[in-house]
Write a protein that binds this ligand. Sequence first.
Ligand code: SF4
Length: 607
Amino acid sequence: MAMSLNDKLSGTTNYPGVYLMKDAEGKVIYVGKAKNLKKRLSSYFKQSGQKESRQIDLKTRVLIKKVLSFDTIITRTEKEALILESNLIKEYKPRYNVILKDDKRYPSLRLDIKSQYPGLNIVRKIEKNGARYFGPFSSSQAVRQTLKIIHKTFKLRKCKTKNFRKRLRPCLNYQIGICLAPCCLDVDKKTYNEIVKEVVLFLKGRTPELIKKIKEQMTSAAKDQDYERAAVLRDKMFALEKILEKQVAVTTDLKDRDVIAIADSPEISLIALLFVRGGYLLGKTRFSFTKTISTKAEMVSAFIRQYYEKTHFIPQEVLVPIPLEDTCVLEDWLTAINQKKVRILYPRRGEKVQLVKMAAHNAQNSLKDLTASTDAAIDISIRLQKRLRMDKMPERIECFDNSNISGTEPVAGMVVFENGKPNKSLYRKYKIKTVDKQNDYAYMAEILARRYGKGEKSKPYPDLLVVDGGKGHLNIALSIIKKFKLEKNFEIIGIAKKDATRGETNDKIYQPGRANPVNFGRAGDLLLFLQRIRDEAHRFAISFHRKRRNKRSIHSVFDTVPGIGKKRKETLLKHFGSIDRISKATLEELVSLPGINRKIAEALKLK
Ligand code: SF4
């Protein structure tokens, strides 16, 4: 096979283009682009020491061994290669490319500038709908903290747009002085717009500029002997100065920059991104990847393309920690989507180098934390494998639980832990379809059959299946798994609650073929780990059951009120959000809704 790679290599051209590396099954496992296809591909496959051999580390060398063939597509320019490479990565999702996960969405703030009185809300998805977005913020806590400061300092309205339109009187935010109540009071639109402009400056990191502006307004108000306004402006200025004290000034110019750094270990590569706005460090975030054939420079380049394709703000400068081969192409591409010049710089001296070093320090620290938590998770998986005498390490664990009250609305939930951590995107909810009476065993049999009885479609299988219950549950699970001839594909255990009346102090883990529960001895953390998985399945199933029950109770409450049909039900729920809020609404609030007359409102109040 090595020969055929070499043969292919000698037939490859020196033109720019894209290459697709394939494994033994012909599956595309890596897509890359190159200015010179022959030179690039030779760098992978020629032996070290040979001319044009690429400086690749051991990890990449191991991954390259999985490549058994490749295809190339020639393009006219490097830019075309860049676009084609992006499209092919999206299409094939090759396992050894750097791919930013869609579910890794950081919170941002959305300002609905189309509204007469715009407000801010937290979102995780950026939509092209005319709104302005700010962020991303590193966590929900960081975005909430910023929002709190904004409401306290600027008095921007706090309610959601749909509620704002329907308000009949100001809410508590007006009473406590953090909103001007444009919902009900006659707030001058010009004044409110000025507030919005200030909020935008603040969110763009232009706090010093904002303070200067407010100071000028304060001086002018004092000159006009409008002392009340001057005092309000003074308080706002002090509040902003206090915030500014906590922000770190990192450059002397006022430019917006993103600073990228990369750190990697044999298992994980991590990119840290610092946001510098107006010379101040406003936030940071990180992205991690495992197993990639890319070099560091290729990883940074892939990151830039994927990250800025989706983000709502591209700064004037992006600082990178390493020279990139495709800097000019990337700059053109970023400038085209930003419609303003964007530069990618690899700084060598001055403040910018310090910024790159700061980002590198952050990347190293984050990698250390990530590696420690990954190592701990791997360690626990290895020890669990030993304790349960499993053939394979339990990399993927699935756990089921069901929930019902006296057989009503029975549901089940499946949670998935991968490498010791929950992967919520793989969780599944099930409504029990075939069992009428309350019967835990029958519920479980139905759900396991639905999860594992679909042949190829049921893949991937877990390495370990955990069922909530003792020997009885375990036997049912085993019989279902045997029915589908899957007993050799994964291990099954049952986790049963301790029986305190019998003096038991710990939950028990049952395995097929073992009469007594597994003895964990001093390895109590293994039991805790399994309990954590069981508790997560329990929480997931219960919350699903609760949602179903609430929906049902909402309908049953409405069904007893004369005159309430589907449309009115929807109107009430859309406006108030819950039965509880409907019951607390005043008669005036109820009759203000379309289709709700006084008679219906009174009937609702009697409920
Ligand atoms: S006072 Fe009015 S505008 Fe302000 S947050 Fe409350 S409902 Fe919204």
